[in-house]
Design a protein around this ligand. Structure first.
Ligand code: NAI
Ligand code: MG
Length: 498
Protein backbone atom coordinates (compact mmCIF):
# COMPACT_ATOMS: atom_id res chain seq x y z
CA UNK A 1 0.00 0.00 0.00
CA UNK A 2 1.25 3.49 -0.79
CA UNK A 3 1.97 5.70 2.18
CA UNK A 4 -0.03 8.94 1.99
CA UNK A 5 2.02 11.82 0.63
CA UNK A 6 3.16 14.51 3.02
CA UNK A 7 1.79 18.05 2.43
CA UNK A 8 5.31 19.24 1.62
CA UNK A 9 5.73 16.63 -1.11
CA UNK A 10 2.37 17.56 -2.59
CA UNK A 11 3.25 21.26 -2.56
CA UNK A 12 6.65 20.57 -4.13
CA UNK A 13 4.96 18.50 -6.83
CA UNK A 14 2.60 21.41 -7.59
CA UNK A 15 5.57 23.79 -7.69
CA UNK A 16 7.30 21.55 -10.24
CA UNK A 17 4.17 21.05 -12.34
CA UNK A 18 3.41 24.79 -12.43
CA UNK A 19 7.01 25.79 -13.08
CA UNK A 20 7.62 28.15 -15.96
CA UNK A 21 3.92 28.60 -16.70
CA UNK A 22 1.33 31.34 -17.04
CA UNK A 23 -2.33 30.44 -17.22
CA UNK A 24 -4.57 32.03 -19.84
CA UNK A 25 -7.37 30.93 -22.15
CA UNK A 26 -8.05 28.14 -19.67
CA UNK A 27 -4.68 26.39 -19.91
CA UNK A 28 -1.17 26.51 -18.53
CA UNK A 29 1.09 28.21 -21.05
CA UNK A 30 4.87 28.58 -21.18
CA UNK A 31 6.33 32.07 -21.60
CA UNK A 32 6.44 32.86 -25.31
CA UNK A 33 10.10 33.83 -24.95
CA UNK A 34 10.80 30.51 -23.20
CA UNK A 35 12.37 32.45 -20.33
CA UNK A 36 11.87 31.64 -16.65
CA UNK A 37 13.21 32.85 -13.32
CA UNK A 38 13.89 30.78 -10.19
CA UNK A 39 11.52 30.55 -7.22
CA UNK A 40 13.18 29.67 -3.91
CA UNK A 41 12.03 29.09 -0.35
CA UNK A 42 13.18 32.06 1.75
CA UNK A 43 13.56 29.73 4.75
CA UNK A 44 15.98 27.23 3.19
CA UNK A 45 16.99 29.28 0.13
CA UNK A 46 16.57 26.12 -1.92
CA UNK A 47 14.94 26.42 -5.32
CA UNK A 48 11.43 24.95 -5.42
CA UNK A 49 10.60 25.71 -9.04
CA UNK A 50 10.62 28.42 -11.68
CA UNK A 51 8.18 31.04 -12.90
CA UNK A 52 7.44 32.15 -16.44
CA UNK A 53 9.17 35.46 -17.18
CA UNK A 54 6.29 37.24 -18.90
CA UNK A 55 6.77 40.01 -21.45
CA UNK A 56 4.62 42.11 -23.80
CA UNK A 57 3.86 39.09 -26.04
CA UNK A 58 2.47 37.08 -23.14
CA UNK A 59 0.48 40.12 -22.05
CA UNK A 60 -1.02 40.46 -25.52
CA UNK A 61 -2.05 36.79 -25.55
CA UNK A 62 -3.54 36.81 -22.03
CA UNK A 63 -5.43 40.08 -22.52
CA UNK A 64 -6.69 38.72 -25.84
CA UNK A 65 -8.09 35.66 -24.05
CA UNK A 66 -9.72 37.83 -21.38
CA UNK A 67 -11.22 40.19 -23.97
CA UNK A 68 -12.59 37.28 -26.00
CA UNK A 69 -14.25 35.71 -22.95
CA UNK A 70 -15.73 38.93 -21.57
CA UNK A 71 -18.95 39.44 -23.61
CA UNK A 72 -20.29 35.98 -22.87
CA UNK A 73 -19.37 36.22 -19.18
CA UNK A 74 -21.05 39.63 -18.93
CA UNK A 75 -24.16 38.27 -20.66
CA UNK A 76 -24.79 35.72 -17.91
CA UNK A 77 -27.19 36.66 -15.17
CA UNK A 78 -25.28 38.12 -12.20
CA UNK A 79 -26.60 35.45 -9.87
CA UNK A 80 -25.42 32.72 -12.21
CA UNK A 81 -21.94 34.26 -12.11
CA UNK A 82 -22.23 34.43 -8.34
CA UNK A 83 -23.10 30.75 -8.15
CA UNK A 84 -19.97 29.92 -10.12
CA UNK A 85 -17.92 31.97 -7.65
CA UNK A 86 -19.49 30.00 -4.80
CA UNK A 87 -18.53 26.76 -6.56
CA UNK A 88 -15.03 28.18 -6.89
CA UNK A 89 -15.03 28.92 -3.15
CA UNK A 90 -15.93 25.28 -2.46
CA UNK A 91 -13.15 24.14 -4.78
CA UNK A 92 -10.65 26.36 -2.93
CA UNK A 93 -11.89 25.09 0.44
CA UNK A 94 -11.25 21.49 -0.66
CA UNK A 95 -7.64 22.40 -1.43
CA UNK A 96 -6.84 24.74 1.46
CA UNK A 97 -4.03 22.59 2.84
CA UNK A 98 -2.22 22.35 -0.48
CA UNK A 99 -2.67 26.06 -1.14
CA UNK A 100 -1.44 26.96 2.35
CA UNK A 101 1.60 24.69 2.14
CA UNK A 102 2.63 26.08 -1.24
CA UNK A 103 2.17 29.62 0.10
CA UNK A 104 4.29 28.85 3.19
CA UNK A 105 6.94 27.25 1.02
CA UNK A 106 7.36 30.13 -1.42
CA UNK A 107 6.81 33.10 0.92
CA UNK A 108 8.12 31.86 4.30
CA UNK A 109 4.82 32.71 5.99
CA UNK A 110 4.26 30.30 8.87
CA UNK A 111 1.67 27.64 8.10
CA UNK A 112 -0.33 27.77 11.35
CA UNK A 113 -0.35 31.49 12.09
CA UNK A 114 -0.44 32.88 8.54
CA UNK A 115 -0.61 30.68 5.47
CA UNK A 116 -3.55 28.51 6.50
CA UNK A 117 -5.44 31.56 7.76
CA UNK A 118 -4.88 33.30 4.43
CA UNK A 119 -5.98 30.27 2.39
CA UNK A 120 -9.25 30.30 4.34
CA UNK A 121 -9.84 34.03 3.82
CA UNK A 122 -9.27 33.46 0.11
CA UNK A 123 -12.12 30.95 -0.10
CA UNK A 124 -14.31 33.06 2.18
CA UNK A 125 -13.88 36.08 -0.08
CA UNK A 126 -15.11 34.16 -3.13
CA UNK A 127 -18.12 33.00 -1.17
CA UNK A 128 -18.84 36.53 0.04
CA UNK A 129 -18.79 38.04 -3.45
CA UNK A 130 -20.56 35.01 -4.89
CA UNK A 131 -23.59 36.07 -2.84
CA UNK A 132 -23.61 39.63 -4.15
CA UNK A 133 -24.65 39.10 -7.77
CA UNK A 134 -28.15 40.44 -7.19
CA UNK A 135 -26.80 43.63 -5.62
CA UNK A 136 -25.63 45.02 -8.95
CA UNK A 137 -28.60 47.39 -8.94
CA UNK A 138 -29.27 50.78 -10.45
CA UNK A 139 -31.77 53.47 -9.49
CA UNK A 140 -34.91 54.92 -10.99
CA UNK A 141 -34.96 58.71 -11.10
CA UNK A 142 -38.22 60.71 -10.97
CA UNK A 143 -36.95 63.20 -13.56
CA UNK A 144 -40.05 63.99 -15.63
CA UNK A 145 -43.57 62.56 -15.83
CA UNK A 146 -43.21 61.62 -19.49
CA UNK A 147 -39.95 59.75 -19.06
CA UNK A 148 -38.72 56.61 -17.44
CA UNK A 149 -35.20 57.37 -16.21
CA UNK A 150 -32.95 54.79 -14.64
CA UNK A 151 -29.33 53.86 -14.18
CA UNK A 152 -27.82 50.48 -14.77
CA UNK A 153 -24.48 49.06 -13.71
CA UNK A 154 -22.34 47.48 -16.37
CA UNK A 155 -18.99 45.73 -16.17
CA UNK A 156 -15.96 47.77 -17.19
CA UNK A 157 -14.51 45.03 -19.40
CA UNK A 158 -11.07 43.53 -18.80
CA UNK A 159 -9.46 44.32 -15.43
CA UNK A 160 -5.72 44.15 -14.73
CA UNK A 161 -4.88 43.11 -11.16
CA UNK A 162 -1.27 43.68 -10.08
CA UNK A 163 -0.35 41.86 -6.89
CA UNK A 164 2.17 42.19 -4.08
CA UNK A 165 3.79 39.26 -2.26
CA UNK A 166 2.88 39.93 1.37
CA UNK A 167 -0.66 38.51 1.35
CA UNK A 168 -0.85 37.47 -2.30
CA UNK A 169 -3.86 35.16 -2.07
CA UNK A 170 -6.05 37.36 0.09
CA UNK A 171 -5.25 40.46 -1.93
CA UNK A 172 -5.82 38.61 -5.20
CA UNK A 173 -9.24 37.53 -3.93
CA UNK A 174 -10.11 41.11 -2.89
CA UNK A 175 -9.40 42.17 -6.47
CA UNK A 176 -10.67 39.39 -8.68
CA UNK A 177 -13.79 38.12 -6.88
CA UNK A 178 -15.64 41.49 -7.06
CA UNK A 179 -14.39 42.11 -10.61
CA UNK A 180 -15.70 38.73 -11.75
CA UNK A 181 -19.12 38.83 -10.14
CA UNK A 182 -19.65 42.25 -11.72
CA UNK A 183 -19.11 40.71 -15.17
CA UNK A 184 -15.52 41.68 -15.89
CA UNK A 185 -12.80 39.28 -16.93
CA UNK A 186 -9.38 39.55 -15.33
CA UNK A 187 -5.68 39.32 -16.08
CA UNK A 188 -3.61 39.01 -12.91
CA UNK A 189 0.09 39.86 -12.75
CA UNK A 190 1.55 38.02 -9.75
CA UNK A 191 4.39 39.36 -7.64
CA UNK A 192 7.76 38.02 -8.72
CA UNK A 193 8.36 36.76 -5.16
CA UNK A 194 5.09 34.76 -4.94
CA UNK A 195 4.12 33.44 -8.38
CA UNK A 196 3.29 29.78 -7.71
CA UNK A 197 0.61 29.85 -5.00
CA UNK A 198 -1.39 32.43 -6.94
CA UNK A 199 -1.01 30.40 -10.15
CA UNK A 200 -2.23 27.28 -8.34
CA UNK A 201 -5.30 29.18 -7.11
CA UNK A 202 -6.07 30.48 -10.59
CA UNK A 203 -5.74 26.93 -11.89
CA UNK A 204 -8.32 25.78 -9.32
CA UNK A 205 -10.60 28.69 -10.27
CA UNK A 206 -10.38 27.61 -13.90
CA UNK A 207 -11.97 24.29 -12.98
CA UNK A 208 -15.17 26.28 -12.32
CA UNK A 209 -14.94 29.39 -14.49
CA UNK A 210 -15.19 29.46 -18.30
CA UNK A 211 -11.84 29.63 -20.14
CA UNK A 212 -10.39 33.13 -20.41
CA UNK A 213 -12.42 34.63 -17.56
CA UNK A 214 -9.53 34.60 -15.11
CA UNK A 215 -5.95 34.57 -16.37
CA UNK A 216 -2.60 35.02 -14.65
CA UNK A 217 0.87 36.02 -15.78
CA UNK A 218 4.10 36.00 -13.83
CA UNK A 219 6.98 38.34 -14.52
CA UNK A 220 8.71 41.51 -13.47
CA UNK A 221 7.18 44.94 -12.97
CA UNK A 222 8.41 46.97 -15.92
CA UNK A 223 8.59 44.09 -18.45
CA UNK A 224 5.27 42.39 -17.63
CA UNK A 225 3.21 44.75 -15.43
CA UNK A 226 4.12 47.74 -17.63
CA UNK A 227 2.72 46.35 -20.91
CA UNK A 228 -0.35 45.05 -19.06
CA UNK A 229 -1.30 48.50 -17.77
CA UNK A 230 -0.58 49.99 -21.20
CA UNK A 231 -2.68 47.47 -23.16
CA UNK A 232 -5.56 49.37 -24.78
CA UNK A 233 -8.00 46.55 -24.02
CA UNK A 234 -7.54 46.96 -20.25
CA UNK A 235 -10.35 49.08 -18.76
CA UNK A 236 -9.24 49.28 -15.15
CA UNK A 237 -6.19 48.58 -13.01
CA UNK A 238 -6.30 47.45 -9.42
CA UNK A 239 -2.94 47.44 -7.66
CA UNK A 240 -1.43 46.81 -4.23
CA UNK A 241 2.20 47.61 -3.55
CA UNK A 242 4.60 50.48 -2.99
CA UNK A 243 3.77 54.18 -3.29
CA UNK A 244 6.40 54.64 -6.00
CA UNK A 245 5.04 51.87 -8.21
CA UNK A 246 1.49 53.04 -7.51
CA UNK A 247 2.40 56.42 -8.94
CA UNK A 248 3.99 54.86 -12.04
CA UNK A 249 0.76 52.91 -12.58
CA UNK A 250 -1.41 55.97 -11.98
CA UNK A 251 0.60 57.88 -14.62
CA UNK A 252 0.23 55.07 -17.14
CA UNK A 253 -3.49 54.82 -16.42
CA UNK A 254 -3.85 58.59 -16.81
CA UNK A 255 -2.39 58.34 -20.32
CA UNK A 256 -5.29 56.07 -21.21
CA UNK A 257 -7.84 57.73 -18.89
CA UNK A 258 -8.75 54.51 -17.16
CA UNK A 259 -9.62 54.20 -13.47
CA UNK A 260 -7.32 52.70 -10.84
CA UNK A 261 -7.67 51.36 -7.34
CA UNK A 262 -4.40 51.77 -5.45
CA UNK A 263 -3.57 50.24 -2.06
CA UNK A 264 -0.18 51.60 -1.12
CA UNK A 265 0.83 50.76 2.40
CA UNK A 266 0.99 52.72 5.61
CA UNK A 267 2.66 53.73 8.81
CA UNK A 268 -0.25 53.02 11.07
CA UNK A 269 -0.47 54.59 14.52
CA UNK A 270 -1.63 52.67 17.58
CA UNK A 271 -2.54 55.12 20.37
CA UNK A 272 -2.35 53.67 23.88
CA UNK A 273 -4.09 55.96 26.40
CA UNK A 274 -3.30 55.95 30.11
CA UNK A 275 -6.65 54.23 30.85
CA UNK A 276 -6.15 51.35 28.40
CA UNK A 277 -6.64 47.76 29.56
CA UNK A 278 -2.99 46.74 29.49
CA UNK A 279 -3.41 42.97 28.95
CA UNK A 280 -5.69 43.47 26.03
CA UNK A 281 -3.57 46.28 24.59
CA UNK A 282 -0.34 44.30 24.73
CA UNK A 283 -1.99 41.32 23.04
CA UNK A 284 -3.40 43.74 20.46
CA UNK A 285 0.02 45.30 19.89
CA UNK A 286 1.62 41.93 19.15
CA UNK A 287 -1.22 40.93 16.81
CA UNK A 288 -1.50 44.42 15.31
CA UNK A 289 2.20 44.62 14.49
CA UNK A 290 1.69 41.35 12.57
CA UNK A 291 4.85 39.88 14.05
CA UNK A 292 3.64 36.47 12.80
CA UNK A 293 4.01 37.87 9.28
CA UNK A 294 7.35 39.43 10.06
CA UNK A 295 5.61 42.80 10.03
CA UNK A 296 5.14 42.56 6.26
CA UNK A 297 1.71 44.12 6.37
CA UNK A 298 0.47 47.46 5.16
CA UNK A 299 -1.67 47.91 8.30
CA UNK A 300 1.08 46.90 10.76
CA UNK A 301 1.01 48.96 13.96
CA UNK A 302 4.44 50.31 13.20
CA UNK A 303 4.05 53.51 15.26
CA UNK A 304 3.03 52.74 18.83
CA UNK A 305 2.16 56.04 20.51
CA UNK A 306 2.13 55.14 24.19
CA UNK A 307 1.20 57.37 27.14
CA UNK A 308 4.38 58.04 29.05
CA UNK A 309 2.95 56.65 32.31
CA UNK A 310 2.48 53.21 30.69
CA UNK A 311 5.50 53.09 28.46
CA UNK A 312 7.83 50.91 30.54
CA UNK A 313 5.15 48.43 31.53
CA UNK A 314 3.82 48.24 27.99
CA UNK A 315 7.25 47.62 26.50
CA UNK A 316 8.17 45.03 29.13
CA UNK A 317 4.96 43.05 28.64
CA UNK A 318 5.15 43.23 24.85
CA UNK A 319 8.77 42.00 24.95
CA UNK A 320 7.74 39.10 27.16
CA UNK A 321 5.02 38.05 24.73
CA UNK A 322 7.16 38.33 21.60
CA UNK A 323 10.02 36.48 23.31
CA UNK A 324 7.62 33.59 23.84
CA UNK A 325 6.97 33.35 20.08
CA UNK A 326 8.90 30.80 18.08
CA UNK A 327 10.70 31.76 14.91
CA UNK A 328 11.45 28.84 12.61
CA UNK A 329 10.53 26.59 9.72
CA UNK A 330 7.38 28.06 8.12
CA UNK A 331 6.08 24.52 7.49
CA UNK A 332 6.38 23.49 11.14
CA UNK A 333 3.04 23.65 13.01
CA UNK A 334 4.77 24.96 16.15
CA UNK A 335 6.30 27.95 14.36
CA UNK A 336 4.78 31.37 15.09
CA UNK A 337 7.05 33.54 12.94
CA UNK A 338 8.49 32.70 9.53
CA UNK A 339 10.83 34.62 7.26
CA UNK A 340 11.24 37.81 5.31
CA UNK A 341 10.22 37.32 1.68
CA UNK A 342 13.41 38.08 -0.28
CA UNK A 343 17.03 39.13 0.02
CA UNK A 344 16.08 42.60 -1.26
CA UNK A 345 13.56 43.10 1.55
CA UNK A 346 15.94 41.50 4.04
CA UNK A 347 18.67 44.05 3.22
CA UNK A 348 16.15 46.88 3.28
CA UNK A 349 14.82 45.96 6.73
CA UNK A 350 18.35 45.53 8.08
CA UNK A 351 19.30 48.98 6.85
CA UNK A 352 16.51 50.37 9.07
CA UNK A 353 17.85 48.31 11.99
CA UNK A 354 21.26 49.90 11.48
CA UNK A 355 19.64 53.32 11.37
CA UNK A 356 17.73 52.71 14.61
CA UNK A 357 20.76 51.47 16.51
CA UNK A 358 22.57 54.72 15.74
CA UNK A 359 19.96 57.05 17.23
CA UNK A 360 21.13 58.39 20.59
CA UNK A 361 18.82 57.66 23.56
CA UNK A 362 16.76 55.14 21.63
CA UNK A 363 16.59 51.72 23.27
CA UNK A 364 16.70 48.68 20.93
CA UNK A 365 14.99 45.43 21.90
CA UNK A 366 15.66 42.39 19.74
CA UNK A 367 13.13 39.73 20.62
CA UNK A 368 12.45 36.03 20.09
CA UNK A 369 15.34 33.76 19.15
CA UNK A 370 16.89 33.01 15.78
CA UNK A 371 16.16 29.43 14.67
CA UNK A 372 18.98 26.96 15.20
CA UNK A 373 18.16 24.20 12.71
CA UNK A 374 21.07 23.77 10.28
CA UNK A 375 18.66 23.61 7.30
CA UNK A 376 17.57 27.17 8.12
CA UNK A 377 21.02 28.66 8.60
CA UNK A 378 20.78 30.79 5.44
CA UNK A 379 17.08 31.58 5.94
CA UNK A 380 15.91 35.18 5.78
CA UNK A 381 15.04 35.46 9.47
CA UNK A 382 15.08 38.77 11.32
CA UNK A 383 14.39 39.10 15.02
CA UNK A 384 11.33 41.21 15.90
CA UNK A 385 12.72 44.57 16.95
CA UNK A 386 11.24 47.35 19.05
CA UNK A 387 12.84 50.79 19.12
CA UNK A 388 11.76 52.60 22.27
CA UNK A 389 11.81 56.38 22.56
CA UNK A 390 11.76 57.23 18.85
CA UNK A 391 10.76 60.73 17.75
CA UNK A 392 7.80 60.91 15.35
CA UNK A 393 9.98 62.95 12.97
CA UNK A 394 12.58 60.24 12.63
CA UNK A 395 12.75 58.20 9.40
CA UNK A 396 11.93 55.10 11.46
CA UNK A 397 8.57 56.66 12.28
CA UNK A 398 7.91 58.15 8.85
CA UNK A 399 8.89 55.47 6.33
CA UNK A 400 7.23 52.11 5.77
CA UNK A 401 9.81 49.52 6.86
CA UNK A 402 7.68 46.47 6.00
CA UNK A 403 9.53 44.26 8.45
CA UNK A 404 9.25 43.13 12.09
CA UNK A 405 10.22 46.56 13.38
CA UNK A 406 8.09 48.92 15.41
CA UNK A 407 8.70 52.20 17.21
CA UNK A 408 7.41 53.14 20.63
CA UNK A 409 6.82 56.89 20.75
CA UNK A 410 5.86 58.34 24.14
CA UNK A 411 3.31 61.16 24.59
CA UNK A 412 1.85 63.13 27.49
CA UNK A 413 -1.56 64.34 26.34
CA UNK A 414 -4.35 63.05 24.13
CA UNK A 415 -4.05 66.10 21.87
CA UNK A 416 -0.36 65.35 21.32
CA UNK A 417 -1.19 61.75 20.44
CA UNK A 418 -3.79 62.73 17.83
CA UNK A 419 -1.48 65.34 16.32
CA UNK A 420 1.38 62.84 16.02
CA UNK A 421 -0.91 60.09 14.72
CA UNK A 422 -2.04 62.36 11.89
CA UNK A 423 1.42 63.76 11.23
CA UNK A 424 2.27 61.17 8.58
CA UNK A 425 2.25 60.98 4.79
CA UNK A 426 0.19 57.79 5.11
CA UNK A 427 -3.42 57.25 6.16
CA UNK A 428 -4.27 53.56 5.92
CA UNK A 429 -5.19 52.31 9.39
CA UNK A 430 -5.19 53.56 13.00
CA UNK A 431 -6.20 52.21 16.39
CA UNK A 432 -6.85 53.71 19.80
CA UNK A 433 -6.85 51.78 23.07
CA UNK A 434 -8.80 53.39 25.91
CA UNK A 435 -11.63 52.70 28.34
CA UNK A 436 -13.04 56.21 27.82
CA UNK A 437 -15.87 55.94 25.30
CA UNK A 438 -16.09 59.66 24.64
CA UNK A 439 -12.42 59.83 23.82
CA UNK A 440 -12.67 56.76 21.63
CA UNK A 441 -15.50 58.33 19.63
CA UNK A 442 -13.65 61.62 19.34
CA UNK A 443 -10.59 59.78 18.02
CA UNK A 444 -12.61 57.86 15.42
CA UNK A 445 -13.67 61.24 14.01
CA UNK A 446 -10.26 62.84 14.10
CA UNK A 447 -7.88 60.07 13.04
CA UNK A 448 -6.92 60.49 9.39
CA UNK A 449 -7.08 56.91 8.14
CA UNK A 450 -9.37 54.70 6.09
CA UNK A 451 -9.68 51.90 8.66
CA UNK A 452 -9.98 52.86 12.34
CA UNK A 453 -10.45 50.47 15.26
CA UNK A 454 -10.98 50.92 19.01
CA UNK A 455 -9.54 48.37 21.44
CA UNK A 456 -8.76 45.88 18.70
CA UNK A 457 -6.66 45.52 15.58
CA UNK A 458 -7.97 42.91 13.19
CA UNK A 459 -6.90 42.49 9.58
CA UNK A 460 -9.02 43.38 6.55
CA UNK A 461 -12.10 41.16 6.17
CA UNK A 462 -14.57 40.46 3.37
CA UNK A 463 -17.51 42.82 3.87
CA UNK A 464 -15.56 45.76 5.33
CA UNK A 465 -14.43 48.56 3.03
CA UNK A 466 -10.69 48.71 3.18
CA UNK A 467 -8.40 51.35 1.69
CA UNK A 468 -6.39 54.39 2.63
CA UNK A 469 -6.23 58.13 2.25
CA UNK A 470 -3.24 60.44 1.64
CA UNK A 471 -0.25 58.46 0.25
CA UNK A 472 -1.90 55.18 1.25
CA UNK A 473 -3.88 55.13 -1.96
CA UNK A 474 -7.16 55.56 -3.74
CA UNK A 475 -10.36 53.55 -3.55
CA UNK A 476 -11.70 50.74 -1.41
CA UNK A 477 -11.49 46.98 -1.50
CA UNK A 478 -13.15 43.95 0.10
CA UNK A 479 -16.73 45.26 0.45
CA UNK A 480 -19.92 45.40 -1.59
CA UNK A 481 -19.33 49.13 -2.19
CA UNK A 482 -15.88 48.28 -3.53
CA UNK A 483 -17.47 46.01 -6.14
CA UNK A 484 -20.10 48.58 -7.12
CA UNK A 485 -17.86 51.65 -7.13
CA UNK A 486 -14.71 50.17 -8.61
CA UNK A 487 -15.69 47.32 -10.93
CA UNK A 488 -18.80 48.65 -12.65
CA UNK A 489 -19.66 51.73 -14.66
CA UNK A 490 -23.04 53.35 -14.46
CA UNK A 491 -25.15 54.17 -17.47
CA UNK A 492 -28.07 56.62 -17.32
CA UNK A 493 -31.00 55.66 -19.55
CA UNK A 494 -33.89 58.00 -20.46
CA UNK A 495 -36.96 56.52 -22.13
CA UNK A 496 -39.66 58.75 -23.52
CA UNK A 497 -43.20 57.65 -22.74
CA UNK A 498 -44.72 59.93 -25.40
P1 NAI B 1 6.29 47.04 -5.81
O1 NAI B 1 5.23 48.06 -5.64
O2 NAI B 1 7.46 47.44 -6.65
O3 NAI B 1 5.67 45.71 -6.45
C1 NAI B 1 4.31 45.35 -6.36
C2 NAI B 1 3.84 44.79 -7.69
O4 NAI B 1 3.94 45.79 -8.70
C3 NAI B 1 4.64 43.59 -8.19
O5 NAI B 1 3.77 42.68 -8.82
C4 NAI B 1 5.55 44.23 -9.22
O6 NAI B 1 6.00 43.33 -10.22
C5 NAI B 1 4.64 45.26 -9.83
N1 NAI B 1 5.35 46.36 -10.52
C6 NAI B 1 6.54 46.92 -10.19
N2 NAI B 1 6.84 47.89 -11.07
C7 NAI B 1 5.83 47.95 -11.98
C8 NAI B 1 5.58 48.75 -13.14
N3 NAI B 1 6.44 49.68 -13.55
N4 NAI B 1 4.42 48.55 -13.81
C9 NAI B 1 3.54 47.62 -13.42
N5 NAI B 1 3.75 46.83 -12.34
C10 NAI B 1 4.87 46.99 -11.62
O7 NAI B 1 6.74 46.60 -4.35
P2 NAI B 1 8.03 45.76 -3.90
O8 NAI B 1 9.21 46.22 -4.68
O9 NAI B 1 7.68 44.33 -3.91
O10 NAI B 1 8.20 46.20 -2.36
C11 NAI B 1 8.78 47.45 -2.01
C12 NAI B 1 8.06 48.09 -0.85
O11 NAI B 1 6.71 48.35 -1.19
C13 NAI B 1 7.93 47.26 0.42
O12 NAI B 1 9.07 47.36 1.22
C14 NAI B 1 6.74 47.88 1.08
O13 NAI B 1 7.11 49.03 1.79
C15 NAI B 1 5.86 48.28 -0.07
N6 NAI B 1 4.80 47.28 -0.31
C16 NAI B 1 3.55 47.54 0.18
C17 NAI B 1 2.57 46.60 0.04
C18 NAI B 1 1.20 46.84 0.56
O14 NAI B 1 0.57 45.91 1.04
N7 NAI B 1 0.66 48.01 0.43
C19 NAI B 1 2.81 45.30 -0.58
C20 NAI B 1 4.14 45.15 -1.11
C21 NAI B 1 5.09 46.12 -0.95
MG1 MG C 1 9.57 47.28 -6.51
Amino acid sequence: MDTPQQPLDIALAHAQRLSGKHLYAGTLQAALSGKTFPVASPATRLQIGTAADGNADDVAAAVGAAAAAQPEWAAMSPRARGKILCQAAAQLTQHTEEIATLLALETGKAIRTESRVEANVLADCFEFYGGLGSELKGETIPFAPNMLVFTQREPIGVVAAILPWNAPLMLMAFKIAPALVAGNTVVVKSAEEAPLSTLFVVELLNRCLPAGVVNILSGFGPSCGGPLVADRRIGKVTFTGSVDTGKVIAHAAAERLIPTTLELGGKSPMIVMEDADLDRTVAGAVAGMRFTRQGQSCTAASRMLVHRSLRDQFVERMAEKVNAMRMGDPLDETTDIGTIISTGQYDRVRSYLDLGRQIPDVQTLQLSAMPEAPALKNGLFIQPTVFVGVDNDNRLAREEIFGPVTCVIPFDTYEQAITMANDSDYGLAATIWTSNLQRALDATRRLQAGFVQVNQNIVAQPGLSYGGIKQSGLGKEASMEAMLDHFTQKKTVLISRD
